[in-house]
Design a protein around this ligand. Sequence first.
Ligand SMILES: NC(=O)c1ccc[n+]([C@@H]2O[C@H](COP(=O)([O-])OP(=O)(O)OC[C@H]3O[C@@H](n4cnc5c(N)ncnc54)[C@H](O)[C@@H]3O)[C@@H](O)[C@H]2O)c1
Length: 439
Amino acid sequence: MEKQQGVDLSLRKFIKDLGCIAGGTALLATTPWLKSCTPEKLEEIKKEKARIGIIGTGSRGQYHIVNLLQIPHAQIVALCDNYDVNLEAAHAMVPDARTYTDYHELLDCKDIDGVIIATPLGAHAQITLDSLAAGKHTFCEKAMALTMDECKAVYDAYTKSDRALYFCMQRMYDEKYVKGMQMITSGQFGDVVGMRCHWFRNADWRRPVPSPELERKINWRLYREYSGGLMTELASHQLEVCTLVTGKMPVEVSGFGDIVYWKDGREVYDSCNCVFHFADGRKINYETLISNKFNGMEDQILCKNGTVDLAKGVYYLEEDNMIFGVRQLLDQVRTGLFAAVPTAGPSWRPELKSEYVPHAVLDKHYDVNAGQSMIGVVNDGSDVIVSAFCQSCITGEKAENVVEEAYCATLLCLLANQAMDERRIVTFPDEYKIPYMKF
Ligand SMILES: NC(=O)c1ccc[n+]([C@@H]2O[C@H](COP(=O)([O-])OP(=O)(O)OC[C@H]3O[C@@H](n4cnc5c(N)ncnc54)[C@H](O)[C@@H]3O)[C@@H](O)[C@H]2O)c1
C-alpha cells in the first residue's frame, strides 16, 4: 500500500512539513519552484494522468521508470532507445508501452503529454529542442547541454515556449537540501562566507562492453563528444546548490584537470580541482577524484556562525567548537600534557573538524547519498521532481527557476572545463549571461 503511493505521499508530506517549519508561504517565497506541486494542486489533479514518453532507457531511464510506476498521476505510454538491449529491458518493465528506436516518431505521437529525456549529455540539447517544438512538456536529465551555445539555445527556446521544462536538478526537491538551504538563506548561520564541495569515488567509471564497436556508445561518459566529464556529471548538482544559497554567480573560474590514475584511453579528466570566484571575494572550492573515496561527497556551506553539510543533512555551530576547545584544554591540563598552562588566547583553540557536534537539519530519518552510485539514490529528490513534472504535464504550469538554475550550474561546469583545458582563469562571458543571474 505504502509503496504504491510512495512518491505521492512523500511529496505531500514533504511540502507540508516544510510549510510548517517555514510558515507556509514563506517557504514558497524562497523555493518558488515548489509552488507548482503543492499538496492542494496534487489533490486537484488526483484523478488525471500525465501520459509520458521516455527517450533513453538506459540506467537512469530505467530508474525513472521505477519511480514513475509508483506515481498515481503518471502513465508511461511510450519508450524509445536506439540500443535494443536497453529498450527491451525497459519494455519488460512496462509491457503495455509502445516502443520506438527513432525519437522523432515518439515526439509525433499525439497521445503523449510529457517527454522524459535520459540520453547521454551530447544528445540533451537537440532532443529537448525537438521535444519543445513538438509541443511536449519536457523533462531532461542534467546537465543541460554539452556546450554553452547549446545551453543558450535551449534556454531561449524555453523562454519562448508555453511548455513546462525541467532539468533533473533533484537537490531542489530533496527535503534535507530544501530545509538546509532555507535555514542558510534565512540567515540562521550568519553570512555565507565560502563553499567547499567535493565528490570522491574509487571506481573507473567504466561499463562492460559486449563488443568493441559499442565502446563509445556505452562508455559515453569517458568521451568528450558526448560528455563534460566529472564536472557535468557530478559537479553540476553541487554548484547549483552554491548559486542557490548565495543567490549569486561567480565571475571567474580557474582550475586544474588531469587524468591521474585511469589512463585507459578516456578523454575526460579523472581529477579536477576548481575555484569559482565571486565578485565579493567568496569562493567555491570544488574537488573531485575517482581513484580514492576517503572523503566521499559533501556540499559544505561555510557561514560565519556555522557550517551546513547539505549532502549529509547536518550542520555544525562555531560555538560548539569553542565548548569542545575548553574541554580539550582542561583534559590536556589534567593529563599534564602541557608543561605550563597557556594563557587564554586564540592560539590553543583546536581547529579540528571532528571536534564539532553534528546537528540534524531534519528531525526524522532521511537517506544520505554516499556518492558512489552512477544511477541514482533512493529518496534523493529524483522521485519528487519527476512527480512534480507529471503534475506540470497535467496543469501546464512551469516550475519557476528550475531551467534557470540548470543553466547557471551547467555554464559553471562548462567554464570550469574550459579553464582546466586552457590552464587559465576564465571570466564569465557576457554573451551567456541571462537576466536571472546576479553577479
Ligand atoms: N540526475 C542524476 O542524479 C543522474 C544520475 C545518473 C545519470 N544521470 C544522467 O542521465 C543521463 C543518462 O545516463 P545513463 O547513465 O542512464 O546513461 P546510459 O548510457 O545508461 O543510458 C543512455 C541511453 O540513451 C540511449 N540513447 C542515446 N542516444 C539516443 C537517441 N538519439 N535516441 C534514443 N536513445 C538514445 C542509449 O542507447 C542508452 O540506452 C545522462 O545525462 C546522465 O548524466 C543523472
